[in-house]
Design a protein around this ligand. Structure first.
Ligand code: 2HA
Ligand code: ZN
Length: 273
């Protein structure tokens, strides 16, 4: 069987990068069993031959109406599939879907009838927002970063900007590379519309969203970028925990030191594109 990647080097490079990131997620211990999911907007690579491809599985409902997604194409990790398997064979552990004209349903077009991720409402709600705002961001990543999830079990970190403040204060790079910080979504049932809607609200003003007692959601220009955003914040959480394990609450950078980083590097207050 011919893969949709054949003869499309841009699409192949994008999916190769998804596979590379899936390997990192497994290596970091953020992707137990089928944990986590990835979605990338691949519409720009779809030529007339792709657009003529017939559905290879019945049309399914998204559960939301997302007007910006009409006729758009996404690579999605398959539901129940492992990141470590996706790293070896992305087209057997994910598929390319097309959003139908009603903007509320989708069909799988390639390569195999692998049903997309259980968190599809969240991924597509974010993709809809990115298109609506003219963003150049194409990728959405949900994963289970250990230290960030651990911190989400402690009530003090879930209030206001406390989590962001503590993470920024661990090393200057956290503030420099995650200047919008981390948004908090109170616990909600996985895969639901409520979770998708709360995530959408938080991603508007934050680099990464933390789902209480579950995981993170990040957006990126590509999937490597979404991975880096998560990694930068998780590294800060790891430093916090290491200091705590040495027996005391870490001092953290002072407010003045953090303000200096903000001013000297002229950090953006919103997404660059
Ligand atoms: O795909 O992580 O939240 C498995 C999950 C659901
Ligand atoms: Zn999850």
């Amino acid at each position: 069987m011919k893969s949709i990647l054949e003869g499309r080097p841009g699409l192949k490079a994008t999916i190769d990068q998804v596979a590379e990131v899936a390997g990192y997620l497994w290596q970091k211990g953020w992707a137990e069993r089928n944990g986590g999911n990835i979605t990338v907007n691949v519409t720009e690579y779809m030529d007339d031959e792709c657009k003529a491809l017939k559905a290879i599985a019945p049309v399914k409902q998204i559960g939301m109406t997302l007007p910006q997604l009409k006729g758009k194409y996404f690579y999605c990790k398959g539901t129940g599939k492992r990141m470590r398997d996706l790293a070896r064979d992305p087209m057997a552990n994910g598929s390319v879907i097309r959003i139908c004209d009603d903007c509320a349903s989708y069909e799988i077009i390639a390569d195999c009838p692998v049903a997309p991720t259980s968190e599809l409402p969240t991924h597509l709600a974010l993709q809809n927002y990115l298109l609506e705002t003219g963003s150049c961001y194409k990728a959405t990543l949900h994963t289970h970063p250990i230290e960030l999830v651990a911190m989400s079990h402690i009530q003090r970190f879930l209030k206001g900007d406390e989590m962001t403040r503590v993470l920024w204060s661990m090393i200057p790079e956290t503030l420099a590379f995650a200047p919008l910080g981390i948004g908090i979504v109170p616990y909600a049932l996985p895969s639901g519309i409520e979770l998708a809607e709360s995530t959408l609200e938080q991603i508007k003003t934050h680099d990464v969203v933390l789902w209480e007692k579950h995981g993170t959601v990040a957006v990126g220009q590509d999937i490597m970028d979404a991975f880096d955003q998560t990694d930068v914040l998780c590294k800060a959480a790891n430093i916090y925990m290491c200091a705590r394990n040495m027996g005391s609450e870490p001092d953290g950078m002072t407010d003045a030191a953090m303000k200096e980083v903000q001013d000297v590097f002229n950090l953006p207050k919103k997404r660059p594109c």
